[in-house]
Design a protein around this ligand. Structure first.
Ligand SMILES: [Zn+2]
Length: 449
């Protein structure tokens, strides 16, 4: 007889994850008012920002009023760094003695931003990750392998603690090299893993070529949580990872300044749930600033972490662009879904030959062509007044016989999906750079002449 599945076996927080949207809104509004008041009372930075906008915390009475609260951008946080109290500046809402965690942003552009957290904030970080890991099927029977060393970046610290919170057994594989990590996974029969898409693919390559291990056949990893890059939300990259490991691959989205605010569930609905319990996520029309509630219209993502207290994150402009999905998720969660996940930052989207393009669109095409390796590189240069775009790829040795048809397919798909023509260079297999953790495959050399 099939056992009845209780709600407690599906959701981390069965009550809140199935609340109707209007109840979630009430919960969010109550918490939003509280965090704005908290910041206004304790942070010089926020008080000044709100006073200049003519806003008092008491002015927020309805959900519509949320949009009246001024937004915060990363550059503003960068400006207050290293000022008093050192090194965080005057958005700090607790005495320095209460700060227990230091992290810094890992973005590839600009000076890093420092992020303080209290012990209570740290508990909140692991709670946010517990929602996401539980939604991805992590349970107390899992043995989770984390193939990274932890450092001043937040990545995987919270995943580690949340897995413990759920009751998983966690194996920190930080000091090992890639081959030793693979052997450890095999020896311990680990069932789950957290990694960047670049590393997930790189590990599978190393396993096959150096150790003769086929992860899908010889290892027991059956779920992989990705972070740090958009790959798990790019269908062709996700498929390559799932096939290489014989595992389900799930995406999540987060940022040091915000928290882990969105996740994919086991239903894999073609998008990410926003965590409506711990965050207030809104989409804003890029031109008019109007809040977008309806599906299918793209907007900038503005997020508030509703319970983070040391350095509050209120109406933070994430620079990500997204749209709401139309359909509810089969998993039964009422948390809204961002369709297709977050694959383009407004920072990353660039204009080439007059066409707007996100680098992830090129990745989607390259990874969808069977005879190509996982590696590629895009170079954008200027020839006179004209943009020139070169795509370097590698053809798999066993597919050399189909070279012409592979290149034609690639050219057609690129034209169709990105509306651009490319100089395609086929390089010998294994000659393009390999990346350990995060890849840098898109190089725009126009600004440097
Ligand atoms: Zn779902």
């Amino acid at each position: 007889m099939k056992a009845l599945k209780r709600a407690s076996e599906v959701y981390w927080n069965p009550m809140v994850e199935t609340l109707p949207l209007e109840k979630l809104r009430e919960l969010q509004l109550g918490k939003f008012k509280k965090i704005v008041q908290w910041a206004y009372d304790r942070s010089k930075f926020h008080r000044k920002l709100y006073r200049e906008a003519g806003l008092e915390p008491g002015d927020i009475k309805s959900y519509e009023d949320v949009a009246r609260v001024p937004k915060v951008e990363k550059a503003m946080m960068r400006d207050i760094q290293r000022k008093d109290p050192f090194p965080y500046g005057d958005a700090l809402c607790v005495p320095l003695e209460e700060v227990t965690e230091f992290r810094q942003t890992s973005g590839t552009t600009g000076t890093p931003v420092y992020q303080p957290d209290t012990w209570q904030d740290w508990e909140w970080w692991s709670e946010a990750w517990a929602y996401l890991l539980y939604a991805q099927g992590y349970r107390n029977t899992d043995r989770v392998f984390i193939p990274f060393g932890y450092n001043i970046f937040v990545a995987f610290w919270a995943g580690h603690y949340a897995a413990e919170k759920i009751g998983c057994e966690v194996v920190p594989g930080g000091v090992l090299d890639t081959e030793a990590r693979i052997l450890k996974i095999q020896e311990l029969k680990a069932t789950a893993m957290m990694a960047t898409p670049t590393y997930v693919l790189g590990m599978a390559d190393t396993a096959k070529k150096k150790l003769g291990i086929d992860p899908a056949r010889d290892l027991t990893i059956r779920k992989i949580t990705c972070a740090g890059e958009p790959g798990a939300s790019i269908p062709s990259t996700k498929q390559r990872m799932e096939e290489a490991w014989g595992a389900k691959v799930y995406d999540h989205i987060g940022a040091t300044e915000i928290g882990a605010w969105g996740f994919e569930c086991t239903a894999q609905p073609g998008g990410l749930h926003v965590n409506d319990a711990l965050f207030l996520t809104q989409l804003e029309d890029i031109d008019t600033g109007e809040i977008i509630e309806e599906p299918g219209r793209k907007g900038k993502i503005i997020i508030t972490a509703l319970d983070r207290i040391a350095q509050p994150c209120i109406r933070f402009d994430s620079k990500d662009v997204a749209e709401w999905a139309k359909e509810p998720c089969p998993c039964g969660r009422t948390f809204r879904i961002i369709k297709g996940g977050v694959v383009g930052r407004s920072d990353d989207i660039t204009k080439i030959k007059g066409v707007l393009i996100a680098p992830s669109a090129i990745e989607e095409v390259v990874r969808s062509i069977k005879g190509l390796s996982n590696e590629f590189e895009v170079l954008v240069t200027k020839k006179g007044d004209l943009d020139d775009i070169t795509l370097k790829i590698e053809i798999l040795p066993e597919e050399e016989g189909n070279r012409e048809s592979i290149l034609n397919q690639l050219r057609d798909q690129l034209r169709l999906k990105t509306n651009l023509g490319y100089n395609i260079e086929a390089h010998p297999f294994n000659s393009l750079p390999r990346y350990e953790v995060k890849a840098k495959r898109f190089k725009d050399l126009r600004k440097h002449g």
